[in-house]
Unconditional design. Structure first.
Length: 345
């Protein structure tokens, strides 16, 4: 170990930690608003990365058919709710918009020269394909059970994760994929050379964190989500729909996951089942924040990335064990310092 190696490991740790911080913030956001531990958050990362790789290879990604199928199921649920409404049947106009959006993406994916598109348009098309999956999954899997216990929601979350891994194997195959970097430029600072992709990851992560802060502190919708997180019943009495808050939260978490996949795809090869380990490391950061504090969760995720990077040098065989063992002291500390209230029978 010397200074140059330490700086290189620090660069890798900060890069990974920035991604883990985004995932930790999205996991924390979903949990505070909906009480759902979003186990399949990592699947959105792999879906984003593998979809981007398919577009760059010029292959019409099969993900668009999954989007269409979930859209049809979502529309069927909306029709069912409309028929059960006490005020009489009214055709939900949003069904037309949902179907038009899904069919438009089918047409674009089947007709556009995907491999010849600029990388920015490929990234936008990837986000357009992946982000709607989040609200649809919430609508189909979690919204009917929104009032269930946290344990039931956790079981459903695990089931959704298992299903998404199997669907990813069906859609993308068992082979790994890596995308082209955004640019080939590099920045040299003393003994360390930062490649452009590392700078992209850090810059976009900082922009997302600042954007999330401004969204929750300055915008009306952000304050509505915060109100739902503090008191669901009170938010409902004030006219804030918990269902809309859940869909918006899942959409934001899906956007963060897909964007993270696009950012790290040029750095590492991702497979259909790579998302679980990535999301677990973000979950460690969220646990460090106590599933409450956004700044502490982000700092904890950054620490996870640094510890993982240095563990690869000192004990590469045990780096995963070292990272996940970090949960134990924080869980003990939270257990010993928090007050426990017995639930009334």
């Amino acid at each position: 170990m010397n200074l140059q190696i330490a700086l290189l490991l620090g660069q890798d740790g900060i890069t990974n930690g920035a991604i883990y911080a985004l995932l930790a913030l999205s996991i924390l956001l979903v949990f505070t608003v909906t009480r759902i531990l979003l186990i399949p958050q990592g699947e959105f990362v792999t879906y984003g990365a593998l979809t981007m790789a398919a577009l760059q290879a010029g292959q019409p990604t099969a993900l668009v058919w999954l989007l269409l199928a979930l859209t049809l199921a979502d529309c069927a649920m909306d029709l069912l709710d409309a028929t059960r409404a006490n005020r009489g049947f009214r055709f939900p106009r949003r069904i037309v918009l949902k179907l038009a959006y899904a069919l438009a993406l089918v047409g674009l994916v089947r007709t556009l020269p995907l491999a010849e598109l600029p990388m920015a348009l490929q990234a936008l098309l990837t986000l357009a394909l992946v982000v709607p999956l989040g609200p649809q999954i919430y609508r189909l899997a979690f919204q009917p059970l929104a009032s269930a216990s946290s344990l039931v929601l956790l079981i459903v979350s695990i089931a959704v994760h298992v299903a998404m891994v199997g669907i990813a194997l069906l859609l993308f195959g068992p082979e790994g994929a890596r995308t082209a970097p955004f640019s080939e430029a590099s920045l040299t600072l003393g003994p360390v050379t930062f490649n452009s992709q590392t700078l992209w990851v850090i810059a976009v992560s900082l922009a997302m964190i600042i954007g999330l802060f401004l969204f929750f502190e300055r915008s009306l919708y952000g304050k509505a989500l915060r109100a739902t997180a503090v008191n669901r019943l009170g938010a409902r009495l004030m006219g804030i729909s918990p269902n809309l808050a859940g869909k918006a939260t899942f959409a934001l978490a899906t956007f963060i996951g897909a964007l993270s996949g696009i950012l790290i795809a040029p750095i590492t090869t991702l497979y259909f089942d790579s998302g679980f380990v990535i999301s677990l490391k973000g979950f460690v950061g969220a646990i460090i924040g106590g599933l409450v504090s956004y700044p502490v969760a982000a700092l904890g995720a950054l620490g996870v990335g640094l510890i993982e990077a240095f563990s690869m040098f000192w004990a590469s065989t045990y780096k995963e064990i070292i990272v996940f063992t970090l949960i134990i002291p924080f869980l003990l500390w939270r257990s010993l310092t928090s007050r426990h209230l017995e639930d009334d029978e």
